[in-house]
Design a protein around this ligand. Structure first.
Ligand code: PMP
Length: 777
């Protein structure tokens, strides 16, 4: 006999076969309960319902001869423990014999006999249950785990094949799986299990669990809420997450969207017991293992004991195989991601709604606020460089710079949660967090910059910078680049030609071209920017406003991504200072390691600004921003009016920002951005050899612009082609954007945790889209 078949012993041993009259006699003689007896179902035990004369109902359980006194004691003690730790959980109570024992025996001690209180309710199949019922079921599964958490019993090492730790032992039974497709499926699932689950199984949280908490073993009331948990015969000490995996497995059959049902159970479970990362990542494999155990053991039992075809667990096994086939077809990785997302998403204070309904409700309450793509994407989760839509599809994010250390970064989430659970006040009280953060930020800046003012958004930061500039200089004119974007406030909108309405050009604002290397190459660049800034300064002087500030995005992102040429930028800055203005580097987009090697874009250009604004990636998605400047400039606001922002510098935002800095440092993301950025640029340049449409690739670190032109000689911009490429990539589940005055620059700006393998995927998809585009031309 193989090891695995030994673990199946309890199911092979001949179950007891007492008749109802005998059961009635035992109930009366041993337990003092007289009444009507009805036989109930049972896999390896025999169960009888006793409607006793005392008006109560009981269950008389005649155990399989495979069960010994120690396993009965384990069950009785566990039930007692649960009744003590969570008295509201509907578990059966042990009814003692007349002389006070928890069990007795009959037939010369062949069969051990117990009596329990009868639990009300009915059993249901998965498809009958709605989302709420599934959620509640998941919550009950977690509660039982929690109730058993502190339970110990010397015989809790009950060894049975249903314990998922033994999954790979199914291999020795595979000869009984004669259907070739099923056999192949079983091999694939076991390969994955051995690869992904087995090596870590022993490090998962473990305790005594029910170990068979499927829908077969819960009773439901008329509202489909759990009214009883039965059959504690498989109790054993193993991985806690197994109970959840088995519960999920049991709701997935014959459902149109089995994963949706699983997600509901998971959400209920994690509302009581959050999963650990590793557990969440293994759910799909554990669910598959559970189904496989069922399918393979049934096949083996039919092989060894053909007479047992009427067995209860044989019925429906084809549905189990069918489900496994469909999960395999979807890909266990995809299924796993969806289950993981549901498990780690946490409890959110809104209910999920269908994408079409969401779109229409959004329009009603948020109006026509812009959405990316005509056919918008409905994301429900993220991890690293990946985003997941509501159907569980995965998208490669090569666009969102805010999540600089990756989507749903656990270190940042923990920092936010930890501080939120501790204290969230404001900077009018002494607190370490804003001081620690200011120290960390200043350590990355040139020595001259020694003060930090905390705000909540990039717009507030640039707006505050503008107030500092006007207060310091006494001037009120601004110079910005031709297609700059600096924010949504009145002052910063005036400095954002990118969003000026047609014909709008405030008197106090002048524009200049980005200080790029090869000016003559681009037909639409018509004057030397150093010359240009001289003219702008003179114009503002003539108008009487003078120049308060030259404000520039250090990578000239919205101008089409033009990493500046240092010397030219330096000359522009000199001219501005000579004219009495200050220099503001807007690092809201270009900062936080985007340019690779340096934390800030201006450092890559070798210049030192007077004021720096930072935001966007600063909290990896949590709103936090700041102005960094010199003390003499900061004092113009501090001394005159004081400076206070309710949320600016609050400990929760600071905790997020500190965690981001830690992640950048620990993961050496600046060096990483240099390497991956160059790799991506090289790949893009190879594509530029093949595709005429690519006019130029401009890159610094992981900020990359690919300018698309219809004709390399005339440099005619290709905006519609650019939109088509962005949409083509979206269809291939890769996210990028576009920028530039003519909207003809592909904007590639991924989270800094982007790897070379991700770059390959982006390049392949782009190659594919461009080849389509060329055919279209
Ligand atoms: N400056 C720059 C360079 C930006 O890119 C942005 C945002 N796109 C802002 C300022 C404004 O930041 P926020 O949207 O956080 O107000």
């Amino acid at each position: 006999m193989t090891d695995a078949s030994k673990l199946l012993d309890p199911f092979i041993v001949q179950p007891p076969s007492l008749d109802e009259r005998r059961a009635a006699r035992i109930a009366e003689r041993e337990f003092g309960k007289r009444g009507t007896v009805t036989e109930l179902g049972g896999e390896r035990d025999q169960n009888f319902r006793i409607d006793a004369d005392d008006g109560e109902a009981y269950v008389l359980k005649i155990s399989s001869p495979a069960d010994d006194v120690s396993s009965l004691d384990l069950q009785a003690e566990a039930l007692r423990h649960v009744s003590r730790t969570d008295p509201d959980l509907p578990v059966m109570e042990v009814v003692p014999t007349i002389d006070g024992s928890p069990w007795t025996s009959v037939d010369d001690e062949t069969y051990l006999v117990r009596m329990f209180t009868h639990m009300p309710g009915r059993t249901a199949r998965g498809p009958e249950l709605d989302e709420e019922a599934l959620y509640e079921y998941g919550a009950v599964v977690a509660r039982l785990g929690e109730a058993l958490r502190g339970f110990f019993h010397p015989d809790a090492d009950y060894d049975i094949l249903w314990d998922l730790r033994h999954t790979s032992e199914l291999r020795s039974l595979l000869d009984s799986v004669t259907d070739e497709q099923r056999r192949g499926l079983a091999d694939r699932i076991l390969d994955r299990f051995e690869d992904r689950v087995e090596p870590v199984f022993d490090s998962l949280r473990a305790q005594v669990i029910h170990n068979d908490l499927t829908l077969d073993n819960v009773l439901l009331d008329e509202r489909d809420r759990v009214s009883g948990i039965v059959d504690f015969g498989d109790l054993t000490h193993t991985a806690l997450v197994s109970d959840l995996a088995m519960a999920i497995a049991s709701v997935m059959y014959r459902r149109e969207d089995p994963i949706e049902a699983a997600e509901a159970v998971i959400r209920g479970y994690v509302s009581v017991t959050p999963l650990e990362e590793e557990e969440a990542g293994l759910l799909a494999d554990l669910v598959a293992a559970r189904h496989l155990t069922w399918g393979v053991t049934v096949a083996w039992r039919l092989d060894e004991h053909p007479e047992k075809t009427d067995d209860h667990s044989v019925a429906g096994v084809d549905d189990g195989w069918e489900l496994l086939r469909s999960l395999d077809e979807l890909g266990l990785d995809t299924v796993g991601r969806r289950l993981r997302t549901a498990a780690l998403a946490g409890d959110v204070p809104y209910s999920r709604i269908d994408t079409a309904e969401l779109e229409s409700r959004r329009r009603q309450v948020l109006g026509s606020s812009p959405l990316s793509y005509r056919d918008p994407v409905h994301f429900v989760g993220g991890e690293g460089v990946w985003l997941y839509d509501s159907s569980g599809r995965r998208y490669l994010d090569a666009y969102n710079n805010v999540q600089v250390v990756g989507h749903a970064n656990p270190a940042v989430a923990d920092a936010i949660g930890g501080q939120a659970r501790t204290l969230a006040t404001n900077t009018r009280y002494l607190h370490e967090a804003p001081v620690a953060l200011a120290d960390r930020i200043l350590a990355t800046m040139p020595d001259e910059l020694d003060r930090v003012l905390f705000v909540n958004s990039g717009s507030e930061a640039t707006d505050t910078a503008w107030r500092l500039a006007t207060a310091t200089t006494g001037n009120d004119g601004a110079i910005v680049s031709e297609n700059a974007y600096h924010g949504i406030t009145e002052a910063t909108t005036a400095q954002s030609p990118a969003i000026w309405p047609e014909g709008f050009c405030p008197d106090h604002v002048e524009t200049v071209q980005p200080p790029v290397d090869e000016i003559p190459r681009r037909m639409h660049v018509d004057r030397d920017p150093v010359e240009g800034i001289r003219e702008s300064l003179a114009t503002l002087e003539k108008r009487g406003s003078g120049t308060a500030a030259f404000v520039f995005d250090s990578l000239f992102t919205s101008d089409g991504i033009h990493p500046p040429e240092g010397e030219r930028l330096g000359s522009m800055i000199d001219r501005v200072r000579e004219a009495g203005g200050v220099v503001v580097a807007d690092e809201v987009q270009a900062g936080y390691g985007r340019s690779g090697s340096n934390m800030w874009g201006f450092q890559s250009a070798g210049v030192v600004p007077d004021i720096v604004t930072i935001g966007k990636p600063m909290g990896n998605g949590h709103p936090v921003a700041a102005v960094v400047t010199r003390s003499d400039i900061a004092s113009t606001l501090y001394d005159r009016t004081g400076f206070f922002s309710t949320f600016g510098g609050n400990p929760v935002s600071c905790a997020a920002a500190l965690a981001v800095l830690d992640e950048i440092e620990e993961r050496e993301l600046l060096t990483h951005a240099v390497e991956v950025g160059q790799y991506l640029r090289d790949g893009l340049q190879e594509l530029a050899v093949e595709y005429e449409l690519i006019g130029e690739v401009r890159q610094r670190g992981l900020m990359i612009g690919v300018e698309l032109v219809r004709d390399r000689a005339t440099w005619e911009p290709a905006p519609s082609e650019t939109t088509a490429v962005v949409n083509g990539l979206r269809r291939r589940r890769v996210l990028i954007g576009s920028t530039g005055e003519d909207g003809n620059v592909l904007k590639i700006r991924p989270p800094l945790v982007f790897e070379k393998g991700h770059a390959d995927r982006l390049l392949e998809a782009l190659d594919d889209v461009l080849s389509e585009q060329s055919v279209g031309n």
